[in-house]
Design a protein around this ligand. Sequence first.
Ligand code: ATP
Ligand code: AMO
Length: 432
Amino acid sequence: MQNRTYTADAEPGDTVTVAGWVHEIRDLGGIAFIIVRDTTGKIQVKFEKDEMDDDLVETGLGVNRESVVEITGDVKEEPRAPTDVEIVPTEVEVVAAAEPELPLDPSGKVDADLSTRLDNRTLDARKEDVEAVFKIRGEVLRSVREQFRELGCSEINTPKIVATGTEGGTELFPITYFGEEAFMNQSPQLFKQLMVGSGLERVFEIGPIFRAEEHNTPRHLNEATSIDFESAFYDHTEAMDACESVVKAAYEGVAQNCQDELDALGVDFEVPEGDFPRLTYEEAIERINATGELDEMLVWGDDLPTEGEKALGEDVGTHYFITDWPSEIKPFYIKDHDDDEELSTGFDMMHPRMELVSGGQREHRYERLVDGFEQQGLDPEAFDYYTKMFKYGMPPHAGWGLGGERLIMTMLGLDNIREAVLFPRDRQRLSP
Ligand code: ATP
Ligand code: AMO
């Protein structure tokens, strides 16, 4: 539409054509208003019944809420209007009529349950607060990309249809690939590692991961967005520094560029300050045990249960790292400490509410890598496409994967991870 004016740009004295949705209709008798909403805001359109063309009034006021209209008219100053200006229309066209009954109320006055909202995401995302989440999500991705550039990374894209899984503990989605069994990728792990041995050296990827998680929880999706980083000649501490800088950059970008969206959401938003504390796994289990929140004390080798993570998160109160995990509960590709094989260089980065990141230094020595597969009950031959590159000059390297939806969910205090993704995939939901 060439001659369209956004509602936010309509100034008194202008003659404009605005296009958008009928947000509200208020008929007061001799005078009536419709509020037209577009992506920049809302504007009042005034109909004075006795003074205007009957057809114009009939078209303008005969419309159902949420219909798409195009309105041409003169913009006037009007202190009683919600935005201090209103349009006195000369032409009204109903471009796409909406039915009178809507599955949910986009004005937000009537609450809808999450399932109804997700079934009708188009209408749901007409709400200011929902739209705000996705504008912020876009800003997070932009800021994160920019920070990766600052860190000297190249952006890569790796295959999502793969021959093998990498992340034990979560199931794979099998698919048929020209008669052969294949899988949806759980993580770009092996591919990003392969690229640190290329001329690129330091890479990142923002892309989907697929995990056949059995349980419906507020923090798991079956298709999630993974923000992955991997660098040659980095150890785990340098990878943690990079992780911290990327998460802070996401918060800073939102603070700088999304104030209106934060206001629409009414969230208590703070950019994390200071260094994220780094606790060892041993300190973490001691502190969890000391909270007395768990029925059974944790012992060395236990994975941290959700209640334990929560108790520790409340105790620490900021983002923090857990380092030096027992080797046996970290994946085969994580390197052990040189002076203690029981102890890995794996780390997690936590928000007080939940885990956001896993990472570590990788095992880059061919023999040890192959041994690690065997210890985890994996067939090294199936991973030959990966392991063989470790015979041709693979530098020491480290990296991590950050759950994009979890970052947004914790940043904005959303209760359910599904609110951070437009069309979530979960146990019950395959469409839209
Ligand atoms: P006007 O002189 O502008 O026609 P009014 O004060 O005589 O307005 P009505 O025409 O009866 O009143 O309007 C009914 C209600 O609508 C009143 O409460 C009035 O304050 C409100 N109203 C009138 N014009 C506007 C406007 N342009 N924007 C917002 N509210 C308005
Ligand atoms: P991990 O399996 O811990 O590590 O995943 C990394 C991060 O991804 C997010 N995440 C999820 N988010 C939503 N729904 C899910 N089902 C889901 N699964 C994972 C979490 C998690 O912390 N290859 C390693 C990373 C690495 O070492 O570089 C990996 O995938 O926020």
